[in-house]
Design a protein around this ligand. Structure first.
Ligand code: FE2
Length: 306
């Protein structure tokens, strides 16, 4: 590193918000690190580079010390489950990468290692990482509920404690699935994060965690280790913008968070069965309940009881 740590802290850049999930040319995106610096400075946005099983972009961005960033990586395990790791310093990320990730790369798949997430996630914690579950309701193998074995392992209480954050807003995921992620964070009582998952420059900043204060990366890292719940702390707000529109479209989350609506949603949750972590949390979502009711009404209409 070109600068001592105290000197770096003294001159540390600050930002009021951070996009916590961005990819670069070092994995499967078209974004150069220099472009991220330029965009970050013009929009006062912190950016975390989390490339697929790759750290060069994250390290390069950190070492420039021009914007607020946390060294990060998006790990793809042997089961193709993806999770994000944020580190406080690039040395820990490098060590984790060299020992736990690089030797297990699979030639044909950039987003897949030959190692299970059951080993990779606890190992990341050993290096001081904050671990986030991104896009938990993404289609296909990225879904945390992709198969029974994966879900059961993830929801096992002894394993669940290794997960710190649930990514409740991801710009590549439809709002209804993001909302399920938010509900999952409530059920599992986990802190939350948000990121664009940008692969093109125009997508960067389309989802971000907002702090309501100018913070350094070290301060953000400390805050991430504490409890962050949507609506529980006025310093945190979640925003998402789509395309060129700057309008905040996550107002529905805020709506549900007003006391009355939160109670309404929690009541809907409790209408089915008492929560059991081995059952599908999303099955208990009001959206699915209404779909089942519609199907039942259709069935009755077609086949009226005699
Ligand atoms: Fe990603």
């Amino acid at each position: 590193m070109s600068e001592s740590e105290p000197a770096r802290q003294a001159s540390a850049p600050r930002a009021p918000a951070m996009d916590m999930h961005v990819h670069t040319k070092y994995s499967d995106a078209s974004i150069a690190v220099a472009q991220l610096v330029e965009l970050s400075q013009s929009r006062r946005l912190g950016i975390c580079v989390c490339d697929h099983n790759e750290i060069r972009g994250a390290i390069e961005l950190y070492e420039r010390n021009e914007i607020v960033t946390l060294p990060g990586i998006e790990i793809g395990s042997a089961e193709r489950l993806e999770f994000l790791c944020y580190f406080n310093d690039p040395g820990s990320l490098e060590e984790y990468f060299v020992r736990e990730v690089e030797p297990y790369k699979v030639n044909r798949y950039y987003a897949k290692l030959s190692k299970s997430f059951t080993e990779l996630i606890p190992a990341a914690k050993q290096y001081g990482a904050i671990v986030a579950l991104p896009h938990p309701f993404a289609p296909g193998w990225k879904n945390f509920n992709f198969n029974r074995k994966r879900k059961e392992k993830l929801l096992e209480p002894s394993f669940l404690e290794h997960l710190d954050l649930i990514e409740v807003i991801n710009s590549h995921i439809p709002d209804n699935r993001n909302f399920k992620a938010f509900l999952l964070s409530e059920i599992l009582d986990k802190s939350v994060c948000a990121g664009s998952d940008a692969h093109r420059l125009s997508e960067v900043g389309s989802a971000y965690l907002s702090f309501g204060a100018m913070l350094t990366a070290a301060q953000i890292f400390d805050l991430l280790k504490k409890r962050i719940k949507v609506g529980s702390d006025q310093r945190f707000n979640f925003h998402r913008t789509v395309g060129t529109s700057r309008s905040v479209i996550m107002s529905h989350i805020k709506l549900y968070l007003s006391k009355r609506d939160q109670e309404r949603w929690m009541l809907r949750y409790d209408e089915d069965v008492a929560y059991d972590p081995t059952t599908m949390p999303d099955r208990r979502c009001g959206i699915d309940r209404r779909r089942r009711e519609r199907q039942e009404a259709d069935r009755r209409r077609k086949d009226p009881p005699s």
